[in-house]
Design a protein around this ligand. Structure first.
Ligand SMILES: [Mg+2]
Length: 341
């Protein structure tokens, strides 16, 4: 990787050599030089600016070693970063990953099962290939707890990034895909884990693959973010990482507006509750505002677009976000997902 820790994990050089061999060249994205030198070299196209985001995942806080497969943890680590690039309408250039792992997770088991770290990279690199995001460097060190810190670098035409701050009263509110699926999947994952014998290395049964997919393998909305940025139709945007109620409050705060959400218009994921759709985080869908006159398609790159409400003027003593239901309006408090706390 671009930097080696002074205190090396056993077999670390082997791991790094293997990773380097598996990481594709990134010349087409703008990464001129990746793993192997002291720094990666990135080159922007004329008129672009750099978008940078960082995201820390910690065992028992953002994932559980006894619940999540290593492939899923790798996938989710990169998906979180890519989703932030999507929210800005940026194209990915490269990812940089620092991993801290207990030694046991870096070695193959005695019966020949590949190490946790290897399988983590399987998940991460598969998603990296899908979104043509080369791994440009990082670090690996022994740590008492498992943690993954990812940095994503992207590019966006100067002055054209999608910000949280541009929504105005009268705009409509939209969301990509469906919401609540990750929280519903996590709930099922919890039920399944508490029902079984945790000591044995059990594989997630195929009947759970589909309901758990939004939680274990969320898809960042890179194509949809790029579409919105290129068309210039979104006045404000962000990704739903903490839950609609919390992320919409962020958008209202940054844009100094309020919002009304139609409960009946929410694209609730099949199997998810309204509460999970409103407050469950980690869906990684895009939430955006657009002028009422803007024409939006029913779907962008195969992902549905739903109009879920509108932006209204902020008034003193009034809630930032109001939920419109059949029983009447009620304030929608920000109750973002609290993971495992
Ligand atoms: Mg975000």
């Amino acid at each position: 990787m671009t930097h080696l820790p002074s205190k090396s994990v056993a077999g670390e050089l082997d791991i790094l050599r293997q990773i380097r061999a598996r990481v594709g060249a990134g010349r087409r994205t703008g990464m001129r030089l990746g793993i192997g030198d002291d720094c990666a070299l990135l080159r922007l196209q004329a008129g672009e600016e750099v978008a940078v985001t960082t995201d820390l995942s910690i065992a028992d806080r953002h994932f559980r070693l006894d619940w999540h497969t290593p492939e899923s943890v790798g996938h989710r680590t990169l998906a979180r970063g890519l989703s932030d690039l999507a929210a800005m309408g940026a194209r990915p250039i490269a990812a940089f990953l620092s991993l801290g792992l207990p030694r046991a997770l870096t070695v193959d088991s005695q019966n020949g099962t590949r190490s946790w770290a290897d399988r983590f990279y399987d998940g991460l690199l598969a998603l990296a290939a899908t979104y043509k995001t080369p791994l440009g460097g990082g670090d690996l060190a022994e740590s008492p707890i498992a943690l993954a810190d990812i940095v994503l670098v992207g590019a966006v035409p100067a002055g054209r990034a999608l910000l949280r701050s541009g929504a105005r009263a009268g705009d409509f509110l939209y969301v990509t895909g469906s919401i609540g699926g990750s929280a519903a999947g996590l709930e099922q994952l919890g039920h399944w884990n508490s029902a079984g014998d945790k000591k044995s290395a059990r594989k997630i049964p195929s009947r759970l693959a589909e309901p758990l997919a939004p939680h274990l393998y969320p898809q960042p909305r890179i194509s949809q973010g790029l579409w919105l940025q290129r068309r210039g139709v979104a006045t404000a945007a962000l990704d739903i990482s903490d839950g609609l109620s919390t992320d919409l409050a962020h958008l209202c705060e940054e844009s100094r507006v309020a919002a009304e959400v139609d409960a009946a218009a929410l694209p609730v994921h099949p199997g998810a509750s309204l509460a999970q759709a409103l407050h469950g985080g980690e869906d990684y869908e895009l939430l955006f505002a657009a002028r009422a006159t803007a024409r939006l398609p029913r779907s962008i790159a195969g992902v549905a677009i739903s109009r879920i409400g509108r932006i209204v003027a902020r008034r003193r003593e009034q809630p930032a976000v109001t939920l419109l239901t059949a029983e009447g309006p009620r304030p929608l408090e920000a109750q973002g997902w609290e993971h495992f706390s």
